[in-house]
Design a protein around this ligand. Structure first.
Ligand code: XIL
Length: 410
């Protein structure tokens, strides 16, 4: 039963014709039996019969796929508790780290690849009939320094044509090799991650993140080429642009300007990934609703790609998911009544996601349990450190049974 084809024919509304759909037919088949078979024991947390039977993927089967980022201990089967939760609750997997450049391509040259962990991740996804996501091809983070240097360690310069050609060649080789290896097996790729500028007011001259060596050396060309090469390597894969805090207006406007520019050039960008590293106060339901409404106008499916809600006291000041900022913001213990506030924020967000269910194809959590999370001190996920479902889990499931028309009203 592998019907996870993402039909290009079924792309009404896509401005470029590259939109992706098909979730309600194929992707969710693996999840449909979840209502009857529940491998995870919810007893002790769930008192009523309904919540004992319902899983995340089952509850949202008519709305969107439900994914999770998995780590090495999970996809190698060492973390048996984690695997049980993944199998029972989710129908899509993203690799938390192992497909990033530093893991899969640590050294230069054709012998510089190391596919052992990524192969195990993909095999795990196939074993459990998951929709498999590849994360990520072109990002400034977790990319070795040599990528942006010549053989002697001299930093490549955007003003030097030979340097630019060298970096483009490396990007080309990386994408053709990695995407090509998993052709037909990884259904969705985060092709470009976090290329947008974060701060300040919107204007057309400050779209991209100047701190990224990709941007500094190549400018927007790396984005165009990355999508074109990924499409050439696997014409069947859904290609995403992925970023954080695109709910905030200046960054949302930058996203829309960038994607429109790509669409005008017929670049095969096929879905928008919104990381959604949230906290208890941000994004508000109104902001999330406005952002999804605006982004949907691009005519591309939206994927919520890295959902978590930081409940740490310090995390309430942080509205960015920049890896370094996030590490600084994570300390300080959780806020008072954290579980209740977390459950409220999660159910608010899911109400908005359900309101936009026509445009949202996939909602992925960034980690299985609070123990695994990159924002662990903020207890940001639906399963606690022992893997028990939290109040937030019950509340998220309950949003699924609400009348979609009333979702924002109560
Ligand atoms: C994080 C991982 O969860 C951590 O294990 C790692 O140390 C740093 O990266 N945006 C992204 C993800 O696109 O790849 C990041 O993942 C979180 C922010």
């Amino acid at each position: 039963m592998k019907e996870r084809n993402i039909s290009k024919a079924n792309t009404a509304g896509s401005a470029t014709g590259w939109g992706a759909s098909g979730r309600r037919s194929g992707w969710l088949n693996a999840g449909c039996c979840a209502l009857t078979v529940l491998a995870l024991c919810l007893s002790g947390c769930a008192t009523d019969e309904t919540s004992k039977q319902v899983t995340l993927k089952g509850a949202f089967r008519k709305d969107f796929s439900i994914g999770v980022a998995v780590n090495q201990r999970q996809f190698t089967g060492q973390d048996t508790n984690g695997v049980a939760i993944i199998m029972s609750q989710f129908n899509s997997v993203s690799p938390e780290n192992v497909l990033k450049w530093e893991s899969v391509h640590p050294r230069p040259g054709t012998n510089g690849y190391d596919f052992a962990a990524a192969d195990a991740f993909v095999a795990f996804g196939e074993k459990y009939h998951m929709l498999i996501v590849g994360h990520t091809l072109a990002w400034h983070g977790q990319t070795p320094r040599w990528v942006f240097q010549d053989e002697n360690g001299r930093p490549l310069q955007g003003t030097n044509a030979a340097d630019r050609a060298m970096l483009l060649q490396r990007l080309h080789d990386h994408i053709m090799t990695v995407v090509g290896r998993y052709k037909g097996r990884i259904q969705i790729w985060d092709v470009v991650n976090e290329a947008l500028n974060d701060g300040g007011n919107f204007n057309r001259t400050n779209l991209l993140r100047q701190r990224s060596p990709w941007v500094r050396i190549l400018g927007p060309e790396f984005i165009v080429k990355a999508f074109e090469w990924a499409h050439a390597a696997d014409p069947g894969a859904v290609l995403r642009y992925n970023d954080y805090s695109i709910e905030n207006e200046p960054k949302r406007k930058r996203l829309i300007a960038l994607i429109k520019m790509l669409q005008a050039q017929h670049v095969p960008v096929m879905a928008i990934g919104s990381q959604t590293h949230a906290n208890l106060n941000w994004p508000s339901p109104g902001l999330e609703d406005a952002a999804l409404t605006d982004i949907a106008k691009l005519g591309l499916p939206i994927h919520i790609t890295e959902l978590d809600v930081d409940a740490s006291a310090a995390g309430q000041r942080n509205q960015g998911a920049d890896v370094s900022q996030n590490a600084l913001a994570a300390g300080g213990g959780v806020v008072d009544a954290a579980n209740q506030r977390l459950a409220d924020q999660y159910s608010s967000l899911f109400r908005v996601f359900l309101k936009h269910r026509k445009n949202i194809e996939l909602v992925t959590f960034w980690g299985v349990t609070d123990q695994d999370s990159w924002r662990s001190s903020g207890n940001p996920l639906l399963f606690d450190r022992e893997g028990k479902p939290k109040e937030s889990f019950q509340d998220v499931i309950q949003t699924a049974s609400k009348d979609p028309k009333k979702l924002l009203a109560d």
